[in-house]
Write a protein that binds this ligand. Structure first.
Ligand code: ADP
Ligand code: MG
Length: 492
């Protein structure tokens, strides 16, 4: 029998706000010292009053617009009651009946709703090795850090509309991009800023099977492996005529398997009830909702279409740019400089496909390489986009060689100087002194008779060697093609 898998995702993202969801404590994911950003409200002291964070609500409404949903006319917070030491209040303020956003669709996957809640603190188990944090009894201590307690957390719930692990990961990656484009969340899975619960079932009929919910998947790889593991496990159960239990499971990274944690809790177990300290509200009383829609930046899907059309790039190039908005805007600013310089007398081809491609190549390989190896980002780059454009125009006009371009780029990366300045101060440039170059070629031939003999015997690699020698003497100030021509003329 054919068992068809079905998956529904509940994706959580920590939102980027100045303060926490219901109080003035800072929402600072970079804070290393434990229990610094806390106050009586997020510590759940009795008698304190939560005040919802407008910036967090705005982020969620924007994510809703970006994913085709509609803001709920009326919205409400609810208490979800449960006990766990990372939740000092004994309940989590969440939304159940009237979430902020209803519906939507992303990559063909229907979205049920998006709601807003607060994150819990972090438990640090001593056996994970936190002696330096003051654990006295290494074996049995658990530490708790409430910096994260009360941080705004968005939850997006899809319909059971996905049918493979690949689709689930692709969906999450697209959502991650959208969150980053909106500035709503850094959505870094390694930092716990984005995580998902995956509900998985398999069925041989048109009706959905019983699902298992795998909680707290914190990497794309975990999402992928856990879903495939569940599909296999459940299919094998059904093939043996056994039943799948509806339950909550966890992903064991070390063993690469899911394990049962508890039978699935029902909504009634949480005894949800409307948060009495926050009255229900009409979104349109809080914001100009339609204006928020107009304020949305260009979304990844729109950028893809435009880049394909404007630059004729293939999907590999388009994805690289769309996946890194900092790089994409740097690229576009540099391209606009090509057009500004077109009229200039650089002797280059200016704004044209070959030059745009050259620009793309220097950006995506050389410059990106420099950025990666120095551990920085496009946002703190010293190089201005127009300077990269100038470099590429110089190269296209054959005023510098490829090797010189790489050296100049490295200098630009360090100092932020214009390539023309660097050429002047370092005395770089392609020599137009034919006499000088011919003299060097003649000298190299005289000094490397063995290589010359090899070349004459048909060893073409020797030509590369000779060109390299000449290039060295000229400190890179010659075009390799020109050297090759001169050598060939002398040696034939
Ligand atoms: P609960 O109230 O138990 O959280 P929901 O109806 O809110 O259940 O669904 C939670 C998630 O489970 C949603 O993403 C939904 O798409 C998914 N889901 C529900 N039923 C199934 C099923 N049979 N197979 C796979 N996913 C499912
Ligand atoms: Mg749910």
């Amino acid at each position: 029998m054919e068992y068809r898998p079905t998956i529904g995702l509940e994706v959580h993202a920590e939102l980027k706000t100045r303060t926490k969801m219901f109080c003035d404590s800072l929402n600072d994911p970079d804070e290393k010292r434990p229990n610094v950003n806390v106050c009586p409200v997020c510590l759940g002291h009795p008698g304190t009053l939560p005040v919802p964070n407008k910036q967090a609500i705005e982020h969620v409404v924007k994510v809703g617009f970006a994913t085709g949903g509609r803001p709920n006319g009326r919205s409400r917070f609810d208490r979800k009651n449960y006990f766990y030491p990372d939740l000092p209040k004994g309940y989590q303020i969440s939304q159940s009946g009237e979430p902020l956003v209803i519906g939507g669709e992303l990559r063909g996957v229907k979205i049920n709703h998006i709601h807003l809640e607060e994150d819990a603190g972090k438990l640090i188990h001593a056996e994970a090795g936190n002696k330096e944090q003051g654990t006295r009894n290494k074996e049995d201590a658990t530490l708790v850090d409430y910096n994260r307690a009360g941080v705004p957390l968005m939850e997006l719930v899809t319909e059971p509309d996905l049918h493979s692990a690949e689709e689930a990961v692709a969906f999450m990656k697209e959502l991650q991009l959208i969150l980053r484009y909106l500035g709503a969340s850094d959505a870094d899975l390694e930092r716990g800023q984005m995580r998902a619960d995956a509900n998985i079932s398999v069925s041989a009929t048109s009706e959905l099977g019983t699902r298992a919910e795998v909680k707290n998947l914190n990497s794309f790889n975990a999402v992928f492996q856990a879903i495939n593991y569940e599909i296999k496990r459940q299919t094998e159960l059904l093939e043996k005529n056994e039943t799948v239990r509806q339950e909550t499971r966890g992903w064991n990274e070390a063993k690469q398997e899911t394990t049962s944690q508890r039978s699935k809790e029902e909504a009634q177990d949480y005894r949800y009830f409307p948060e009495p300290d926050i009255p229900p509200f009409e979104l349109s009383n809080v914001f100009d909702v339609e204006r928020l829609k107009d304020l949305l930046p260009e979304m990844p899907a729109e950028k893809r279409v435009r880049f394909e059309k404007e630059y004729g790039f293939d999907s590999r190039r388009v994805e690289l740019l769309v996946g890194d908005p900092g790089m994409a805007s740097f690229f576009e600013e540099a391209v606009s400089e090509l057009s500004a310089s077109e009229a200039d007398d650089t002797g280059s081809r200016g704004l044209s496909m070959p030059v745009i491609t050259l620009l793309y190549n220097y950006l995506s390989s050389d410059l990106r390489g420099l950025i990666h190896s120095s551990g920085t980002a496009f946002s703190d780059l010293k190089i201005a986009p127009e300077h990269l454009a100038h470099l590429v125009l110089l190269l296209d006009a054959q005023k510098i060689t490829t090797r010189q371009a790489k050296d100049i780029l490295a200098k630009m990366f360090e100092t932020g100087a214009d390539p023309a300045e660097i050429m002047k101060s370092e005395n770089i440039g392609v020599s137009s002194n034919v006499d000088e170059i011919e003299a060097v070629v003649a000298a190299v031939v005289a000094e490397n008779q063995a290589a010359v003999a090899d070349y004459k015997k048909g060893k073409t690699a020797s030509m590369q060697f000779l060109i390299g020698k000449a290039m060295g003497k000229l400190k890179g100030r010659a075009r390799p093609e020109m050297l090759r021509d001169l050598f060939e003329r002398i040696l034939h």
